[in-house]
Ligand binder design. Structure first.
Ligand SMILES: C[S@@+](CC[C@H](N)C(=O)[O-])C[C@H]1O[C@@H](n2cnc3c(N)ncnc32)[C@H](O)[C@@H]1O
Length: 277
């Protein structure tokens, strides 16, 4: 089986280093999916929620503001520190989505906002989510649409594939493996969920037009992991192409790029309704 150790280390170090200015970069796009993510989780005051790959804790904090007992977990210690500072009403711990440090059936809802496209084995992360959920509890997660239906990722990966030698980057799982409803549905069913559904979110990424390359470098660890091993000439070409291509999305002094996402959900079967096959 393929291992993604270098990718995992790069992700951990990359997100840890980005914790303090995450809200001026990646969060501009990710937070737009939180209302749908929490709505699909069927929350109510007093219920217990786990936010996996919580980053600086926006979904956890939003759930806590609804009176939910909210717990966030992320493998980057810097993210956990940032989250605890920002949302003192919630609890945050360092931990791995693929090996959750919680007892079986300890949460009423588990959410994961743009985390499954970063873990090395999303199927395992889903099996961990269903293990810690109570029967009848909901699991919800968001993923980006792929480059052919997502102008922001078309800009990022189109520019990279046009110039970069992709073999220099750490071997990584497919970032868009769960985008297709069929693929997400299959993985959810294999993990044991039923009552599946999907909500569409039309995220728009708004970026100051100057310093566009620097923004995307902070925005995406995967982008940095592909960019950094390239030669200086290739890095210059990537930077120039970014500035050129992004002009198509200029509105006033900002670049506004559509970055649509899906929010998928599934329910852990109630007692007595578990599937036997
Ligand atoms: C794109 S950020 C999403 C953060 C946040 N959920 C949000 O809504 O903005 C991805 C996060 O997943 C975390 N992460 C990646 N792999 C992880 C793993 N195996 N276990 C726990 N956290 C992980 C990263 O540290 C990072 O904070």
């Amino acid at each position: 089986m393929m291992t993604y150790d270098a990718f995992r280390t790069g992700e951990l170090q990359g997100w840890d280093a980005r914790a303090d200015d995450y809200d001026t970069a990646t969060a501009r796009a990710t937070i737009q999916s939180i209302p749908d993510l929490l709505a699909a989780a069927r929350l109510a005051p007093g219920l217990r929620l786990l936010d996996v790959c919580c980053g600086p804790g926006y979904a956890t904090g939003a759930a806590a503001a609804l009176g939910v007992e909210a717990q966030g977990i992320d493998f980057a210690p810097g993210m956990v520190r940032a989250a605890q500072t920002r949302f003192p009403a919630a609890t945050f711990d360092v931990g791995d989505a693929e090996n959750l440090p919680f007892d079986d059936a300890s949460f009423n809802a588990v959410v994961c906002n743009f985390g499954l496209n970063h873990v090395t084995d999303p199927g395992r992360a889903m099996r961990e989510a269903i293990r810690v959920l109570v029967p009848g509890g909901f699991y919800t997660f968001s993923v980006w649409l792929p480059p052919d239906r997502n102008p922001a990722f078309n800009l990022i990966f189109g520019t990279l594939t046009a110039h970069a030698d992709m073999t220099l980057a750490p071997k990584a799982p497919d970032a868009f493996a769960l985008t297709a409803p069929k693929a997400a549905e299959t993985m959810l069913r294999e993990a044991g969920f039923d009552t599946l559904g999907v909500r569409d979110v039309q995220n728009i990424l708004k970026v100051p037009a100057d310093g566009l390359f620097n923004f995307f470098y902070r925005f995406s660890v995967r982008f940095a992991l592909i960019h950094d091993p390239q030669t200086e000439t290739v890095q210059r070409a990537i930077r120039a192409e970014f500035d050129r291509t992004a002009r198509a999305f200029l509105i006033g002094h900002d670049v506004c790029i559509p970055m649509p996402s899906h929010v998928f959900y599934g329910q852990k079967p109630e007692f007595g309704k578990e599937r036997t096959t």
